[in-house]
Design a binder for this molecule. Sequence first.
Ligand code: AMP
Length: 195
Amino acid sequence: MRRLAVFLASSDGHDPAYAGLAAEVGADLARRGIGLVYGGGRTGLMGVLADAALKAGGEVIGVIPRSMIEREWAHEGVTELVVCDTMHERKAIMADRADAFAALPGGLGTLEEIFEVWSWRQLGFHAKPVGLLDVGGFWAPLLGALRGISATGFLAASTLDDLAVAPDLPGLLEALERRLGGAHRPAHGDGPAPR
Ligand code: AMP
């Protein structure tokens, strides 16, 4: 994996441990020689992640819509800052520049972005793996909701299994790498996920 797109909070959250996690992830990606593709801002966990990756000598590509430059304080120190016109362009450029996608703790924007790339993978629009960094069980309530949806038959078990989930970065990178190069298309009649 050459580059990982990371979606995460543009705010800090209440617990400073999340900023610590973002910093560790940024530094670890740089040490492993994996380039970071992210939303290009300096606010919240996004800024912490990018600063840590840069400080450790990593490549950081930020992608930000012109209208968000002030709101998220575009990061001037990144390796490459791509300024685009719309949110749709931002996501398309991020998807194009990365080999895989991961979500760290975040809010609505993070959810929207990770769900979009996961649903695109299910539809076969790309074959890049998608995962959640489930630090401290942050995503457990969401995963519970997804298992509930799967039990109704609206989300294939194989699609839920296709989402890489791990409590730490090394585990998540392994899970993503296992899925690299393998497109996911749910089989017809694929059943619900086990509870
Ligand atoms: P949040 O998780 O809400 O803090 O947002 C994380 C990132 O997602 C920020 O860079 C937001 O600008 C971005 N974002 C929010 N909504 C969208 C959207 N609809 N499409 C693409 N990116 C978004």
